[in-house]
Design a protein around this ligand. Structure first.
Ligand code: SF4
Ligand code: SF4
Length: 361
């Protein structure tokens, strides 16, 4: 098969449907099936490369030239692909009483259990700045655990300055997904499920953590070490994109067969995501990218904190650099730069060539 390669990641029927659609449209599908695939997954999928018991660890590059790092038993393989279809299906909720809840202090003293697959660290409005630093440090350590858990850090405000700023950048690089909450929250019991909305895409995200670490939560009476918890509605977060988060350009999200969608709707959604991925793979876009004027940049790193796509990071002398393969030209950093050091090309057609400009890699 000679068509473009498209990576499909997911444990269930939606991923299989998307991979079949990609194959049928003449592209090459590589299906990454994480641990715990759904029962009844076909053993043989003709014309589809299947990587069983693999996890997507990191995704570099951009549309037409993604480099996906997938891991299995500690071995990392790089897969080049033109587009990616993510077909997440929520893990089944932990049986009542088995999900863990720890305070931040406990977690820092005792460490995160190595069996944890999905970790949420939740800082309520009463959490102080030292708690934030401890939480970020804990999140980085959790990402390095052998099981490579997904780690989410919920906080009302992501405030970090000076040396803390580098810690924040390290956490993003390690794969921590930051979620900014927009107000007071309440934690309650049964089941353990936390929701957020990715603001750029308005995609709701449900996280079913097997461990919740909390600090500074106003209403924590319902929390116990053994009791599962639920973050009640009203908590809407802005998800800063993690390395494998969706809604990056060239990354398409499939609806899950879980969550109330009818089976036919889910199949249609999977095929639609596959079709969009194939279309993009065959017609890669030329994208704009933000440009830093190093003479004006004051190294405040506001753009590093605010970029939803992790395209901005500290460079020489702390001044910002923009990764043109990640920049989506959304303009968030341009509007937020206090030194007016950032701009987008006026014609909107500059691609990776923009890297020739100073301050852009
Ligand atoms: S580009 Fe602007 S926002 Fe980014 S570090 Fe420089 S001065 Fe701060
Ligand atoms: S324009 Fe700025 S905020 Fe938007 S993706 Fe590019 S670097 Fe990030």
């Amino acid at each position: 098969m000679s068509g473009p390669t498209i990576l499909v990641v997911g444990p269930g029927k939606a991923a299989v449907d998307a991979a079949i659609e990609i194959r049928d449209q003449g592209a090459e599908a590589v299906l990454v099936i994480p641990r715990f695939p759904y029962p009844g997954l076909p053993e043989v999928l003709p014309g589809i490369d299947v990587l069983s018991e693999h996890e997507l660890l990191r995704l570099d590059g951009g549309p037409g030239d993604f480099r996906a790092h997938v891991i299995s038993s500690g071995n990392v393989t790089e897969v080049h692909c033109a587009a990616v279809v993510m077909a997440p299906e929520p893990l089944p909720p932990m049986p009542s009483g088995t999900a863990g809840v720890m305070t931040l202090h406990q977690a820092c003293c005792e460490g995160i259990p190595h069996s944890v697959q999905q970790l949420v660290i939740f800082l309520g409005p009463e959490a102080d700045r030292p708690s934030f630093v401890r939480a970020v440090d804990l999140a980085i350590k959790a990402c390095a655990l052998p099981a490579h858990p997904r780690v989410w850090l919920f906080s009302e405000e992501m405030q970090a300055y000076g040396a803390d700023e580098l810690l924040y950048a390290d956490a993003q690089a390690a794969g921590v997904t930051f979620v900014r909450t927009n107000g007071p929250v309440t934690l309650n019991t049964d089941p353990l499920r936390i929701g957020a909305v990715d603001i750029p895409s308005e995609v709701p995200i449900n996280i079913l953590p097997d461990l919740l670490v909390t600090d500074g939560v106003t209403d924590s009476e319902a929390l116990s070490r053994s009791g599962p918890a639920q973050l009640l509605e009203g908590t809407v977060g802005h998800v800063s994109m993690g390395p494998v988060a969706t809604m990056r350009e060239g990354v398409f999200l499939c609806s899950s067969y879980d969550g109330g969608a009818l089976e036919g709707e889910s199949r249609t959604g999977a095929r639609a995501a596959a079709a969009r991925a194939v279309t993009l793979a065959l017609n890669p876009l030329t994208r704009s990218a933000a440009v830093v004027d190093r003479d004006k940049c004051s190294a405040c790193l506001t753009c590093v904190r605010s970029c939803p796509f992790l395209a901005a990071r500290p460079g020489d002398e702390g001044k910002a650099v923009i990764d043109s393969t990640l920049c989506q030209a959304c303009g968030v950093c341009v509007g937020g730069c206090p030194s007016r050091a950032l701009s987008l090309p006026e014609d909107g057609t500059m691609g990776p060539k923009a890297g020739l400009k100073e301050g852009l890699e």
